[in-house]
Design a protein around this ligand. Structure first.
Ligand code: XIL
Length: 361
């Protein structure tokens, strides 16, 4: 009895709907067809892009700002630790590891099904004071490097999918930086960093990360020679991270060339720290305008388009360096107003967001 009633109700509703659609159609013939696009609130970078899209994030902001956490949860399927895994944060003295923030981010990623990309096991910049004052022979330095890398990689084995193993080893003129690591361990310490990381987690994907591929051939060639050299020696390197801290007036051809030449190595390619500055000339009084917003959107689009053109199997993904203009490192770093990211300071989508989506259309 009940079933018959329900069936009757459903049939009537369907008939009524069909009738009203029919009437509507005959009354108003130029009604626009319903598009297949999902409603705006359904769109997200992680759903609408054919490769992973991520952001570098901070544990502090995840805890203190609901809007930040919401955007991270909704938009991205890859996360990079912005600062929490840098040596000075995670290993502040010889026998102390500060796991709290890194653990928090790794747990967040694990619980929310997001890939975690660790940044960075080795960097020339800001080594902790205990390292700069460390006294020891080359064996002691080697042990320091190996212990640092393997303690961290082992802790997150199976939960951190990939690592920036060495970050920014080159000067802009293509020579190797005379970092504390080169001074104490020799130029080939880079290869050993990869070997140590691989020993600690043979499944982790290992990247060499640097900026300036798009500046021109000098630095780019030095980077590409390093990675292809490592690869041909059988050193476990799987990918190239191109930071791509770029600017609205960087020619598209330079950006595309950077992406294409990295892909030509056959390694995975990660656009690892993307942001697009609109105020590269440090105008202290600059204001955000619709014209800047659309130039920036176009630049985002063209970068995504060039990236989408490389072989699918090499697309590790694109990561922006933090989430919104309120969290970007650029204004602080260069003491200027700037708006480099796809979300505004209120965590609303900017035209750049649409630019990213348009890049794969
Ligand atoms: C930056 C962070 O965003 C800042 O918060 C921090 O004060 C300095 O480092 N290249 C890199 C990143 O590889 O680690 C840098 O991150 C930005 C440039």
């Amino acid at each position: 009895m009940m079933n018959i009633k329900i069936n009757a109700t459903i049939t009537c509703t369907v008939l009524l709907l069909a009738f009203s659609i029919g009437c509507q159609g005959s009354k108003d013939l130029d009604v626009k067809p319903v598009t297949a696009e999902p409603p705006a609130e359904e769109v997200s970078l992680q759903k609408n892009l054919p490769f992973k899209f991520g952001a570098a994030i901070s544990a502090g902001l995840m805890k203190s700002r609901a809007a930040y956490r919401d955007v991270v949860t909704k938009e991205f399927n890859s996360i990079t630790t912005e600062n929490a895994m840098k040596m000075s944060f995670i290993h502040p003295s010889a026998d102390t590891y500060n796991w709290a923030d890194a653990d928090f981010l790794v747990d967040f990623a694990t619980q929310n099904g997001k890939r975690l990309h660790g940044h960075t096991l080795n960097w020339y910049k800001n080594p902790p004071a205990w390292v700069t004052s460390f006294q020891g022979d080359s064996a002691a330095w080697e042990a320091l490097l190996k212990t640092h890398i393997q303690t961290i990689v082992s802790r997150y084995k199976g939960r951190v999918a990939s690592w920036d193993v060495v970050n920014e080893a080159f000067e802009d003129n293509g020579t190797l930086r005379n970092s504390i690591w080169v001074q104490k361990l020799g130029e080939d310490y880079i290869a050993r960093c990869f070997q140590y990381a691989h020993e600690a987690d043979p499944d982790a994907l290992l990247f060499y990360n640097d900026y300036g591929h798009e500046y021109g051939p000098t630095k780019r060639t030095a980077i590409l020679n390093l990675v292809t050299g490592l690869k041909s020696r059988g050193i476990p390197i799987h990918g190239i991270g191109m930071q791509m801290h770029t600017r609205v007036n960087r020619p598209d051809a330079d950006l595309a060339k950077a992406i294409e030449t990295a892909a030509a190595t056959g390694l995975l390619v990660h656009i690892s720290e993307l942001d697009i500055a609109v105020n590269p000339d440090n105008d202290k009084n600059m204001v955000w305008t619709a014209a800047l917003a659309s130039q920036q959107a176009l630049k985002y689009k063209n970068i995504v388009k060039a990236y989408n053109a490389i072989p699918k199997a090499q697309q590790f993904g694109i990561t922006t360096w933090n989430v919104s203009d309120a969290d970007s490192w650029i204004p602080g770093q260069y003491s200027r107003p700037d708006w480099p990211l796809p979300f505004d300071a209120n965590y609303e989508r900017k035209p750049a967001y649409q630019g990213i989506l348009d890049g794969v259309k």
